[in-house]
Design a protein. Structure first.
Length: 147
């Protein structure tokens, strides 16, 4: 029983470290695959109604679009989100991270909505939980000798 706690703790910590490394590698791979090199934190300053294409197969005639505002090379840029969503998934004053083309800041992509990024964050969270579980097993193992 005593050695199983020790071995279980080691296994959990090793699995946690592997998960953390895999999550970090996925984040780096995802960042290298982005087509834009500029990074900014944008703020949602307004939510406006935008008319949909008349051929769009949607229940509502209009969609709600967020207006993002950020600085690119010292210039204030305002862009309207192109995501076709109703209601708008953003709130006013919400901050979002995006990557943009430094030559043409109107071209952008949101960071954090890519499936690979979401998987990387999930792996990092799993890694932390596994490491904490391993540490708890070590503490339980150590408590046997103290008490």
């Amino acid at each position: 029983m005593g050695n199983s706690l020790w071995i279980g703790g080691i296994v959990l910590i090793i699995l946690g470290l592997i998960s953390e490394i895999a999550g970090s590698v996925l984040k780096v791979v995802n960042a290298s695959k982005r087509s834009y090199t500029g990074y900014a934190e944008a703020k949602v300053v307004a939510i406006i109604p935008v008319e949909r294409d008349r051929y769009a197969q949607a229940r509502f005639r209009n969609r709600q679009a967020a207006v993002f505002e950020f600085f690119a090379d010292g210039k204030l840029i305002k862009i309207v989100d192109t995501e076709d969503a109703y209601p708008c998934p953003y709130q006013i004053n919400q901050r979002v991270r995006l990557s943009y083309d430094p030559e043409e800041p109107q071209n952008y992509s949101l960071i954090g909505k890519e499936p690979m990024y979401i998987l990387a964050v999930a792996l990092n969270i799993l890694g932390v939980l596994l490491i904490l579980g391993g540490c708890l097993l070590f503490l339980k193992y150590a408590m046997r000798f103290i008490l």
